[in-house]
Write a protein that binds this ligand. Structure first.
Ligand code: G4P
Length: 525
């Protein structure tokens, strides 16, 4: 039974640069999955005036989505868990952490823009974990770059081989369909005013009168030449895909639904079901009968009325049941999982059971922290959640001396939740912490939390560091460590040396000066 449940599941996330179409594709996957209500909610969540999504004060003020949620829906006898990631430009570390809890990723690219800055950063995390990555090249209904150019860019910039699964007929106004390479059939679509209903698809022969009459002759000719060339393209190699070495590429348009169904059908077949996870006992199979899982994200203050924290737990092995007693490996304490929930925006639904690949929200009052492993049976500790490289830094000052103790306590708790990174300068008289964040918005969240949860008013002064690297090496080499003049040595609070740099130049200079040391962009275990 457990093996059957695992086989059905696909747990994935979508990464993209803002505006490439992640929200639209999410909505269309839900539409094709028959979860129309959820699809409506995704749209509502994006809309600035939506009351449903504004469960955090900051979201309300800024009209943006800070928190991430999990969307579960069925499609063709499969259960899809889509882990939604914060979509705003000013994204947070949660986006990176979500990628630690999935088994595959969809990378959405804008066909007119190719790889953009944020896609690249998120891709790096996928590459480090060897996560199978499927590429969806979106907005083909707008003037686009040439398909070959886009594939070449993916290979060059990301260093991963591309395997086209379909090929577009035209782009912009002449985007009329996609050619499925495996079946050699062309899927032709009727363009509707809007894409709230599934697109009608007709299968035709690519090199036919009918197709020739649809597009100008030069498009028809180029298309036929290209699909001729595709006959010698690499075939999809599942093993290489599972190792993250190749990415299958789909062309389409989420807005008009062109290519969405073909994409979804192939996607569930290509991407792996929940698999083994690394732990201190080595790789653990999901089919191990006793329950285990790890916390990859903590969300606090989701609803001012609740005033609680939700720990998002990814189930890794066994069956999760409501009310079950587990223990937290870090503290050794027994916890009864009485209120497991599935969350979407403000909706909370009680979960009675869950299987590997599922995500449950555990309401708690602070006893669970980021990276915690919960087990029913024998102790096991899944790989710790690393710290990702912050790009923004602030000095935090608390003027009211009577609040300093409260402030220190709050910092420790916020750090454990993963809301912010705290660094301690090595050589300063006053021990004033420096906060680091992946997205500037994290500072606003922390400022808000300090005030509302802990009654501490803090001043945040931005400082001009841009890069952080964990410095690793032998003791004697670390003693000789020489950084550029403007770099600053700090500790990350776990006794690990970190160096903050104001520019790439400073980083490059320091790396060159210290060939015997390693400069890691993600915290070492
Ligand atoms: P994101 O979540 O990655 O940030 O992107 P999102 O889906 O919000 O899409 C960004 C904009 O691009 C939206 O337009 C959306 O309608 C449009 N879009 C998404 N997919 C396609 C596509 O396949 N073709 C075309 N032509 N446009 C697409 P907007 O004007 O910002 O919002 P809206 O007013 O349409 O809601």
């Amino acid at each position: 039974m457990l093996a059957e449940e695992i086989k059905k599941r696909r747990t994935f996330a979508i990464i993209s640069h803002p505006d490439a179409g992640k929200t639209t594709l999410t909505e269309k996957l839900l539409l094709y999955g028959g979860a129309v209500n959820l699809a409506g909610a995704v749209r509502a969540k994006r809309s600035e005036n939506s009351a449903a999504s504004d469960f955090m004060e900051i979201e309300k003020q800024r009209g943006i989505s800070v928190s991430s949620t999990v969307l579960s829906f069925e499609y063709n006898d499969h259960l899809l868990n889509l882990l939604d990631t914060p979509g705003h430009q000013d994204f947070s570390e949660d986006t990176y952490r979500t990628l630690l809890a999935v088994d595959s990723v969809i990378m959405v690219l804008d066909a007119a823009k190719g790889i953009e800055a944020q896609t690249l950063k998120l891709f790096d995390v996928c590459k480090r974990r060897h996560i199978p990555l499927v590429t969806f090249i979106n907005k083909m209904d707008r003037p686009s770059l040439e398909p070959l150019e886009l594939m070449d860019e993916i290979e060059r910039v990301l260093g991963v081989r591309t395997v086209p699964i379909n090929w577009p007929l035209g782009n912009g106004d002449y985007f009329r369909g996609v050619f499925e390479i495996a079946t050699k059939q062309l899927h032709i679509f009727e363009r509707k005013a809007h894409g709230s209903r599934k697109a009608e698809v007709k299968l035709v022969e690519p090199n036919s009168e009918e197709v020739a009459s649809m597009v100008p002759s030069h498009i028809f000719e180029t298309f036929n030449e290209e699909i001729e060339l595709l006959q010698i393209a690499d075939e999809f190699d599942r093993e290489a895909f599972n190792r993250g070495e190749i990415t299958p590429v789909f062309f389409g348009s989420a807005l008009t639904n062109f290519g969405v169904q073909l994409f979804l059908d192939k996607f569930i077949d290509m991407v792996p079901a929940p698999g083994v996870r690394n732990s201190n006992r080595g790789p653990i199979e999901p089919t191990e009968p006793s329950f285990s899982g790890f916390v990859f994200k903590i969300q606090a203050d989701m609803n001012p009325k609740h005033r609680d924290r939700v720990a998002f737990l990814r189930v890794c092995t066994g069956k999760f049941e409501r009310g079950m007693k587990v223990h937290c490996v870090r503290t050794g304490e027994q916890i009864r999982l009485a209120y497991p929930q599935r969350l979407f925006a403000q909706e909370r639904e009680t979960v009675d059971e869950a299987f590997p690949g599922d995500v449950v929200g555990l309401v708690n009052s602070g006893e669970l922290v980021l990276g915690d492993t919960l087990v029913e049976g024998e102790d096991v500790q899944y790989d710790p959640i690393p710290l990702f490289p912050p790009e923004h830094f602030c000095r935090v000052l608390v003027d009211d001396a009577s609040k300093r103790k409260q402030f220190s306590k709050a910092l420790e708790l916020l750090k454990r939740e993963g809301a912010i990174q705290i660094f301690w300068p090595h050589d300063e008289g006053v021990r004033m912490p420096i906060m680091g964040a992946v997205g500037k918005l994290q500072f606003e969240v922390v400022e808000h939390r300090l005030k509302t949860d802990y009654g501490v008013e803090a001043r945040f002064e931005p400082i001009s560091f841009r890069l952080a690297r964990w410095v690793v090496g032998k003791e004697e080499d670390l003693e000789k460590f020489e950084a550029s003049r403007l770099a600053m040595r700090v500790s990350d609070g776990e006794d690990r040396l970190v160096c903050l740099f104001p520019s790439q130049w400073d980083l490059d200079y320091t790396v060159e000066k210290n060939p015997q040391l390693q400069f890691l962009s993600v915290s070492p275990n």
